[in-house]
Design a protein around this ligand. Structure first.
Ligand code: GDG
Length: 449
C-alpha cells in the first residue's frame, strides 16, 4: 500500500490540549502508518533549514521551524485574520495587510521546498486545512505528480464572502491543483461550486467532478468523526468531577469550546439569562458549566470575545446567584480530556451553539459520553456541519435567544423515553461515522482519482 503523507499547520508533539484536527489525524495515521509534517508550535528567531524528525510515535513525524515574521504573517495574519473570519461569515473582522498574503505564499512555498526531498513517487499526500491552500500548486511546480488531496475542516464561504477576500481568483487557482477537495458538509460542497462558478473559470463535468482553471478536480463531503469507541471508554471510566451536583441536586448544562467568536458563547449566555428570567422554577436547579480554553490571543478579535464573555458571566451570576448557587461556572483554562469526558457524561444538556462551524466534534463527544440508560440532551446549532447528520438533536438558531432558551427549558423537562430515543439515533450515527470511517472514506476517494 502506498504511504500516506499528511501535512498540516501544526504537528502535535507535546501534551498540549488537542484541537479537533489533531485528535482526528492522530487516529487516522496511527492505523495506516506514514509521515506527518507540520509546524513545531513556537516561532523562533533563527529557523533551521530542513525538516526535524521526531521519533517516538507509531508513524514518522517531521516538523519545520517558522520565523517570528512568518508566524505573524502566515499564521496569525493571512490564516487567522483573513481566512478564518471569512470562512466563518465574519468578513467584518478581517484584517487585510499586503504582508499577510506575501507571508502566506512564502511559507507555503517553503514547506513544499522542505517536503520534496522526502517524498516518494507512490505517496498519497493529504493536506489539511486553510493554512495550506497553495501547497498543491507549490508541490506541482516542483515536479510532484502524486495524488494530492485537501481537506477543509472549516466551512467553505459562500460567494458573497469569497468576494470579500483579497484576490478571490487566486484561491480557486490554488484549489485547482488538488485531485480531491474534501469538505465537512454538503453545504460546503454547494458553497464551493457556487463561489467557483461566480468567481473563477469553472464547469461541472459530472456529479462531484469539476473543471476548475482548466484542471479536473473532484469534490465531496466527508463528515469528520471522533474515535467513538475510545471516547465511550474514556467517559465510562472518567472521574466523577461534578461534586457540586450531589450537594445541590442541580442538573448540569455544559459547553466546551475554544474561546472563539465563531462558537456563539455570548449568544448562549444571553439565552441562559433569558431562561433564568422566564423560569424561576429552574433557579438552583440548573448549573451552566462553560469551559473555554484560550486560543489565538495575539489576534485582537480574540481579546474582545474574552472580555464580552467574562462580562456576561459576571452579570448573570451577579443578578441570579444565591448563597447556595452560582448559575454560571466559567473556566478559561484547558481541562484534561478524561475529565471532559466525565463532565459530558454527567451533564443533562450539551450545548453546542456555533454561529458557523465546519463540523464540531464536541457535539459527537457529548453523545458518545452519555450513559445510554439515562442520557442527556444535545442542543445543536443549525450552523454546525454536524447538524446535517445529527437531526435528532434539538436543532436551534443560535442567534435567537428565545428559541435557544426554549430548547434549554425543553431539554430540562424532557422525559427519559424521549431522551433515550433521541440519543440512540444520535449514537448510531456517531458510531457508524467515526474518525476511522472518515479517513478511510476520504482516502478511498483519493485513490479512485
Ligand atoms: C476545527 C473546526 C471541526 C476543547 N476544549 C478542550 C479540549 N477541547 C477539544 C474538544 C474537541 C476539540 O478540542 C475541538 O474540536 P471542535 O470540532 O469542536 O472545534 P475546532 O477546534 O474549531 O476544530 C471544527 C474540527 O476542526 C475537526 O475537523 O469539527 O468545525 O473548527 O475534541 O473536546 N480538549 C481538552 N481540554 C479542553 O479544555 N483536552
Amino acid at each position: 500500500m502506498s504511504r500516506l503523507v499528511v501535512v498540516s499547520n501544526r504537528l502535535p508533539l507535546g501534551d498540549s490540549p488537542s484541537g479537533g484536527l489533531v485528535v482526528a489525524m492522530e487516529d487516522a495515521l496511527r492505523s495506516s502508518g506514514g509521515l506527518w509534517v507540520g509546524f513545531a508550535g513556537e516561532p523562533v528567531d533563527e529557523p533551521r533549514d530542513g525538516l526535524q524528525f521526531h521519533p517516538g510515535a507509531r508513524f514518522e513525524r517531521a516538523s519545520f521551524d517558522l520565523s517570528r515574521q512568518d508566524y505573524e504573517s502566515y499564521y496569525l495574519g493571512y490564516s487567522n485574520s483573513i481566512l478564518w473570519p471569512l470562512c466563518h461569515g465574519r468578513a467584518d473582522l478581517m484584517r487585510i495587510l499586503p504582508e499577510y498574503i506575501e507571508g502566506y505564499r512564502r511559507v507555503n512555498a517553503r514547506i513544499a521546498e522542505l517536503l520534496v526531498p522526502y517524498l516518494r513517487p507512490d505517496d498519497r499526500i493529504w493536506v489539511q486545512d486553510y493554512h495550506l491552500f497553495p501547497l498543491a500548486a507549490d508541490l506541482r511546480a516542483r515536479g510532484v505528480e502524486s495524488p494530492i488531496g485537501h481537506f477543509l475542516h472549516i466551512p467553505f464561504p459562500g460567494s458573497a464572502d469569497c468576494a470579500a477576500m483579497p484576490n478571490p481568483p487566486e484561491l480557486f487557482e490554488w484549489l485547482s491543483h488538488y485531485d480531491l477537495l474534501g469538505f465537512q458538509a454538503q453545504r460546503d460542497v454547494s458553497n464551493f461550486a457556487e463561489s467557483a462558478r461566480q468567481l473563477a473559470d469553472f464547469d461541472q463535468i459530472d456529479d462531484g467532478c469539476y473543471r476548475l482553471s482548466g484542471r479536473q478536480v473532484r469534490a465531496g463531503a466527508f463528515p469528520i468523526g471522533i474515535d467513538t469507541a475510545a471516547f465511550i471508554e474514556l467517559a465510562r471510566h472518567a472521574p466523577d468531577e461534578d461534586r457540586m451536583r450531589f450537594l445541590t441536586g442541580a442538573q448540569m448544562m455544559i459547553g466546551v469550546d475554544r474561546l472563539d467568536y465563531s462558537k456563539g458563547i455570548p449568544q448562549r449566555f444571553r439565552a441562559f439569562h433569558l431562561l433564568l428570567e422566564e423560569n424561576p422554577d429552574l433557579h438552583e436547579k440548573i448549573v451552566f458549566l462553560q469551559i473555554a480554553p484560550p486560543t489565538r490571543e495575539a489576534v485582537e478579535a480574540y481579546q474582545d470575545i474574552r472580555e464580552e464573555t467574562e462580562h456576561l458571566a459576571g452579570r448573570i451570576n451577579g443578578e441570579f446567584a444565591t448563597v447556595n448557587w452560582t448559575p454560571i461556572r466559567f473556566i478559561h483554562r484547558p481541562m484534561p480530556r478524561n475529565v471532559l469526558a466525565g463532565l459530558f457524561r454527567q451533564a443533562r444538556i450539551g450545548l453546542v451553539t456555533p454561529l458557523a462551524d465546519g463540523m464540531n466534534l464536541v457535539a459527537k463527544e457529548y453523545v458518545a459520553a452519555q450513559d445510554v440508560s439515562d442520557p442527556g440532551v444535545l442542543i445543536l446549532s443549525r450552523f454546525a456541519g454536524a447538524a446535517e447528520t445529527m437531526a435528532d438533536a434539538l436543532i436551534i438558531n443560535p442567534h435567537d435567544p428565545a428559541e435557544l432558551a426554549a430548547a434549554m427549558a425543553r431539554a430540562m423537562r424532557m422525559t427519559a423515553n424521549e431522551r433515550r430515543r433521541r440519543h440512540a439515533a444520535l449514537l448510531r450515527g456517531v458510531i457508524e461515522q467515526d474518525v476511522g470511517w472518515w479517513s478511510a472514506a476520504y482516502l478511498d476517494a483519493l485513490r479512485q482519482g
